[in-house]
Design a protein. Structure first.
Length: 316
């Protein structure tokens, strides 16, 4: 019996690190699964029975003179808006989760127990992040695919513009990358603050700052399309576009602010011969989406690099 116990071939293998992570984070990961299921259910309902009922209401109630937005149409809009809001909040939930988990484990000292059992701090942090990152990517991808399915269906002719922040984010890769940035931000906040409430507050503030800065920069991440028009037609921008700058065109071809507001005497004095409009058409969706995604990924890598460097220095 002793010989069998001493034989490495028959010794019980220690539990893998990812299984330990699943046990420790089981509650939060189950919560994320429920979150994804509820959002996916809303999107599927809006695409299926909710959308069909809204279409029927639209044909019955809406005419060229107006539309009654109550009933099934209102419910369809509510489901779509709630789903987009939930997808937009996923990065903050990821940041709160990472910040709270890491800060709590550092505060309780459970990390040192793991490090004394042959798990290096770097491996511990990588394993702690790998499992939730994989589940976040899987859940976010599912929600994006369902959102795109609903958006492309155009079940009800509504003012659902591709450039609206909530729609733009939920309709592409940003909804997958921003939760990863949230995990990175929460990780760094947890290592810095080492207390759960402080880490949560810092995570939310930092994630909000990053999202706000990238949202304001978004229209300038890809060259605008510029259209000029003569004085007799006024500003001429296509439909379904994100309009940026607009102004007047001088006889020399220069673009200046429109200070005349179509007053004939002022236009002549200011040497204005036409108007210009800068805009992003719908074809710019993916260029804008992918450039912002690249920036978000670079920020994620930068924040994670700082977090791992900080951990190595503190545990050297």
């Amino acid at each position: 019996m002793t010989a069998l116990a001493a034989d490495p071939a028959v010794r019980p293998r220690p539990a893998r690190a990812w299984r330990a992570v699943l046990r420790l984070q089981r509650g939060a990961l189950i919560g994320w699964g429920v979150y994804v299921a509820v959002v996916s259910g809303l999107l599927l309902w809006a695409y299926g029975p909710g959308g069909s009922a809204a279409q029927a209401d639209w044909r019955r109630k809406c005419t060229a003179h107006g539309c009654d937005w109550s009933g099934a149409i209102s419910l369809y809009h509510a489901a779509r808006a709630v789903a987009e809001f939930a997808i937009g909040w996923a990065p903050y939930l990821a940041a709160i989760f990472a910040g709270a988990v890491l800060a709590r484990e550092l505060e309780r000292g459970t990390t040192r127990l793991a490090w004394t059992q042959g798990v290096s701090p770097t491996r511990w942090l990588a394993t702690t992040l790998a499992v939730p990152a994989a589940l976040v990517v899987a859940g976010s991808t599912l929600m994006v695919l369902l959102h795109r399915l609903l958006f492309d269906a155009h079940l009800v002719p509504v003012s659902w513009h591709w450039w609206n922040d909530e729609t733009f984010t939920a309709n592409g890769t940003l909804a997958i990358v921003y939760p990863l940035l949230g995990l990175a931000v929460g990780t760094l906040a947890g290592l810095l603050m080492r207390r759960a409430p402080s880490a949560i507050g810092l995570s939310i503030a930092a994630m909000g700052l990053a999202r706000t800065a990238l949202t304001y920069a978004r229209p300038h991440l890809w060259p605008w399309v510029t259209r000029t028009s003569p004085l007799n037609t006024g500003y001429d921008a296509p439909r379904n576009v994100l309009v940026g700058d607009r102004g007047a065109v001088t006889s020399g071809g220069g673009h200046v602010p429109d200070l005349c507001f179509e007053q004939a005497k002022c236009l002549k004095t200011a040497d204005v011969t036409g108007y210009y409009v800068q805009y992003h058409p719908a074809s710019h969706f993916w260029p804008l989406q992918l450039v912002e995604t690249g920036i978000a990924l670079a920020l994620t890598a930068l924040v994670l690099g700082v977090a791992f460097t900080l951990l190595r220095r503190r545990t050297a």
